[in-house]
Write a protein that binds this ligand. Structure first.
Ligand SMILES: CC(C)(COP(=O)(O)OP(=O)(O)OC[C@H]1O[C@@H](n2cnc3c(N)ncnc32)[C@H](O)[C@@H]1OP(=O)(O)O)[C@@H](O)C(=O)NCCC(=O)NCCS
Length: 204
């Protein structure tokens, strides 16, 4: 495990420092598990903790969000823009203040390595559609050094448990067409495609 930790990127060191400064550890749910795959040739045990994010976690979430946002900026630069930490932090703060926004953070031996953000939605009936309550898993990301070890699965399972507690049964996730890794993961997590959005950019 120490061997793996030495290989963590500077982001993770940054996260650890942020955690030491600002983490509120209330509401932790601890899940003990085994690494499914060897870590750099070594099989080792690990302790994955999934906990609800709280006010004060904004700085951690800014860093974790980078694991998905940078992918989006790299692949769809005409749509996504580079972020400023203070803006993203304020955005997460506003989500944490809303009861319709739910965020969980995954930690490995106390180091934040992933998060999931779920938004609860409600829509009234209209002439075409029935009234509806549903949940959108709006953001999910795992540090690339910690992928394929079941962390997204644990995050999603934690989110689904809470979503069900709200009496909601319909859950959606959407993903850009370039992101085939996410599509594979979503399918393995039990989600199936429901809609295909076509796009066209007109020449200037
Ligand atoms: C998508 C993402 C969150 C998955 O996280 P993860 O922790 O690696 O996922 P898990 O290890 O929990 O895997 C869950 C399931 O998906 C499968 N899976 C995960 N990544 C996969 C990949 N790249 N290719 C194929 N299958 C994959 C796993 O095998 C597992 O299925 P199994 O348990 O039946 O074997 C992670 O790749 C990520 O952060 N990507 C960048 C951000 C992103 O794209 N977010 C989604 C934006 S819409």
């Amino acid at each position: 495990m120490l061997h793996c930790e030495r290989l963590q990127r500077s982001k993770i060191r940054q996260l650890s420092m942020l955690r030491a400064n600002s983490f509120n550890v209330s509401g932790k749910v601890s899940i003990l598990g085994r690494l499914r795959r060897p870590c750099h040739g070594r099989e080792s045990s690990m302790s994955t903790t999934i906990r609800a994010a709280v006010l004060g976690d904004e700085a951690l979430l800014v860093v974790l969000n980078g694991f998905v946002h940078e992918l989006h900026v790299a692949n769809r630069p005409e749509y996504f823009k580079p972020t400023r930490a203070e803006h993203v932090s304020a955005w997460f703060r506003s989500i944490l203040q809303k009861s319709a926004g739910l965020i969980w953070i995954a930690e490995e031996d106390g180091v934040p390595v992933g998060y999931v953000l779920a938004l609860l939605h409600e829509r009234e009936e209209n002439p075409f559609r029935s009234a509806r309550r549903w949940c959108e898993i709006d953001q999910i990301a795992v540090d690339d050094k910690w992928r394929r070890r079941g962390i997204a699965r644990m995050l999603v399972q934690r989110a689904l448990t809470e979503i069900r507690r709200h009496g909601i049964r319909e859950v959606e996730m959407s993903s850009w067409s370039f992101n085939e890794a996410a599509h594979h993961a979503f399918r393995r997590l039990g989600f199936a495609p429901q809609i295909i959005r076509f796009g066209l950019t007109l020449p200037e």
